[in-house]
Design a protein around this ligand. Sequence first.
Ligand SMILES: [Zn+2]
Length: 178
Amino acid sequence: MYPPATRAAALALLRRGSSLNATSVALGVSRATLRGWVRNAGAYSPRVAARATCPRDRELDAGAYAHLLGLYLGDGCLSEHRKSVFALRIACDETYATLLDECVESMRAVMPNSVSRNPAPGCVHVTSYSKHWPCLFPQHGPGRKHERPIVLEPWQRESSSAIPSASSAACSTPTAAG
Ligand SMILES: [Zn+2]
C-alpha cells in the first residue's frame, strides 16, 4: 500500500503527460500499480499518459482541430455515452472516401483514442469516445446545435483563423443531437 499522497502525485504526473515508465521510476511505484490507479481514476485505456491528459493542456494540432471543429459544427454531434464519457460522432458521406479518411485522421490527431467507422443509412459515422470532447467543443449543450446560438470561444477563433478553410461539409444528413 502506498500513501494517498504518492497516488495523487503519480496521477498528477501522468495527467501532465509523464509516461508510465518515467512516473514509475520517479516515484518508485510499479507500472502495474500505476495502471490500476489510472483505471480507478477514470481513464480507460492502455495509452495512459495521452488519454489521462486533457488535450487543452497539450499543444493542439491546430490544423486538425480547425478541420474537426468545422466538421463538428456542420455534421457532428456530441453526446454523453456513459458517465462523463462523450461520443463525438461526425456523419460523413460514404461516397467521399478521402474526406472520410481526413475526418478519421483529424479526430485521431486531436484525441489519440481509437476512432471507429460505423455505417449508417447514406452515411458513415466516424466516432471517438473521450471525457475531454466537451473541453474541446464547449458549444456542446442541451438541444440541437442549429437551434442554439453557436459562439466560438476566443481560443477556438485563434486556432481556426490560422487555417484558411476550416470547414468542410462532408455530409448533409442531419444528426440527432448537438
Ligand atoms: Zn479536458
